[in-house]
Design a protein around this ligand. Structure first.
Ligand SMILES: Cc1cc2nc3c(=O)[nH]c(=O)nc-3n(C[C@H](O)[C@H](O)[C@H](O)COP(=O)(O)OP(=O)(O)OC[C@H]3O[C@@H](n4cnc5c(N)ncnc54)[C@H](O)[C@@H]3O)c2cc1C
Length: 461
């Protein structure tokens, strides 16, 4: 029977990063991925010669080359990947668009401060106090316990409109909780979006995935695609082996799982309590037009749109909530590698409603999502006139099918496992449900959990 030092379940961002760390220190390591294509929630596919990214709107945590103390710089150092290889280009600027107010922000944090001072002059000092708190807070401490971010921020920001506007991008880009988030998560997201900012690698997400795989293989790591794990076989609270979908049995001293906390505990052979399953999922439409938005005056990179009096970050009672959205213009980064005009429109969606549809109705409803998305683009940018060449819609059902996340919960469970430990002695969680998410967060999670649980102390330099 084949045997490894560590088996990693899932070849998403966290699994690949964890694999690199372990292979770097000569562990015999194997990543097992159910799908034929790696990347997980941030994968890619091709349709009619067009390259589509599943997840990527933008990479958060932008850092310039060599900028010290930044998560991106730290992670590249740990993975020994040169900064230049990512070929990052920065956003122009993004915008939070609410019924009464608009706030722009860019990779220069000063812009957001100035916008808040202009739009909410009475909150100027409060926002400065919030910035102070955020800069001092130890957000990555693995012992931090859940505390409501809204309650804590409300102690400082006394204008509810401003509070909602600050929270909107942070919630939709990373909260497993409805209408709130954990304060540590809030600080991580605040820094990664408002203080560090957005960028995009040339050639999109496949550039990152290819870099990670190349490094991992070079270091001697094994990657098996199309190799799903059906069961984690345990005996008295210790993993003995994993059983693949095809019945193959593989032994390992340690198992690190990136597939989610409930998803992992569900396949442990000795019955485990199932952790909470998250409720937040999304529908996204990717459009390809014959003209680029920037040629017609649209300069925004990402718009966080909300038409409700109060921003509702919650599972809707209908298929989608069309009253709020994220609209991303991938052409509007510093370097534009798309031949066509691309627009991505994301709506908060209800998994159960999508899941109960028969095939015919499902396809019809996807067309409605396309219609609503086009209507929103036309409403926000009436001047944008272009011929639609191609589009694709994916739903919470697609997300579950291709990533295995129960109910298509993109940000995973509300029960995060900050230290990565489970009730099984040699089974650890990394990625989304360890609590660091997004592209950069997931990679950092893989690195830190591999360092903490699978490498000897002397191996981590
Ligand atoms: C629509 C959308 C837009 C997004 N936009 C952005 C963005 O713009 N910027 C950003 O930073 N982040 C974005 N994200 C979030 C980001 O993609 C994730 O936070 C991150 O990729 C999570 O990585 P992970 O390694 O934790 O998990 P995953 O990517 O979920 O990796 C887990 C892997 O495990 C595999 N797997 C599952 N079950 C099994 C099994 N039993 N056996 C073997 N393999 C299994 C899955 O196929 C998957 O490949 C977006 C996500 C989505 C869905």
């Amino acid at each position: 029977m084949t045997s490894y030092d560590t088996i990693i379940i899932g070849a998403g961002m966290s699994g690949l990063a964890a694999g690199i760390r372990l292979a770097m220190f000569d562990q015999k390591v194997c990543i097992l991925e159910r799908h034929k294509v790696p990347g997980g929630l941030n994968s890619y596919y091709e349709r009619l010669d067009r390259k589509l990214d599943v997840g990527l709107h933008a990479m958060t945590n932008f850092a310039r080359r060599g900028e010290r103390g930044r998560p991106l710089t730290k992670l590249l150092k740990q993975l020994r990947i040169p900064y230049e290889k990512l070929e990052l280009s920065q956003q122009h600027f993004s915008r939070i668009a609410f019924p009464e107010h608009q706030l722009s922000f860019s990779n220069d944090p000063q812009l957001l401060t100035e916008e808040i001072e202009k739009t909410f002059p009475l909150q100027k000092d409060n926002f400065a106090r919030l910035l102070e708190l955020i800069k001092k807070y130890d957000d990555v401490n693995l012992n931090n316990k859940y505390q409501s971010a809204k309650e804590k921020v409300r102690e400082i920001i006394s204008d509810e409109n401003l509070l909602e506007m600050i929270f909107c991008p942070l919630l939709i880009y990373g909260s497993a909780w409805e209408n709130d988030m954990d304060f540590s998560q809030f600080v991580i997201m605040f820094k990664s979006i408002y203080l560090e900012g957005f960028s995009r690698p040339k050639n999109g997400v496949r550039a990152i995935i290819n870099l990670l795989i190349e490094k991992y293989i070079q270091l001697g790591g094994e990657l098996r695609l199309g190799a799903g794990i059906r069961k984690i076989d345990t005996e008295r609270g210790v993993v003995k082996s994993v059983i693949l979908d095809n019945g193959e049995i593989i032994q390992s001293n340690k198992v690190m799982s990136s597939i989610g906390f409930p998803e992992t505990m569900n396949i442990v052979s000795e019955k485990q309590e199932c952790p909470a399953v998250g409720a937040m999922s999304f529908t996204e439409t990717i459009f390809f037009f014959d003209k680029k938005p920037s040629d017609q005056g649209i300069k925004d990179t990402i718009i966080f749109f909300n038409d409700n009096e109060k921003y509702k970050y919650q599972k809707p009672q209908t298929l989608c909530d069309y009253r709020s959205a994220v609209i991303c213009f991938p052409n509007n980064f510093g370097y534009d590698d798309n031949d066509e005009g691309v627009v991505r429109v994301t709506f908060i969606s209800n998994f159960e409603k999508w899941n109960e549809l028969d095939r015919k109705t499902y396809l019809l409803r996807k067309k409605e999502v396309r219609k609503e998305s086009l209507a929103l683009i036309a409403r926000l940018f009436p001047e944008f006139k272009a011929k639609l060449l191609y589009y694709d819609v994916f739903t919470p059902r697609t997300i579950m099918r291709y990533t295995g996340h129960i109910k298509g919960a993109v940000y995973g469970s509300t029960q995060k496992v900050r230290d990565g430990r489970t009730a099984i002695k040699n089974l650890f969680i990394c990625g989304t449900d360890q609590g660091f998410l997004g592209i950069v967060g997931a990679m950092l999670s893989g690195i830190s959990m591999a360092n903490l649980h699978c490498l000897m102390n002397g191996d981590k330099a």
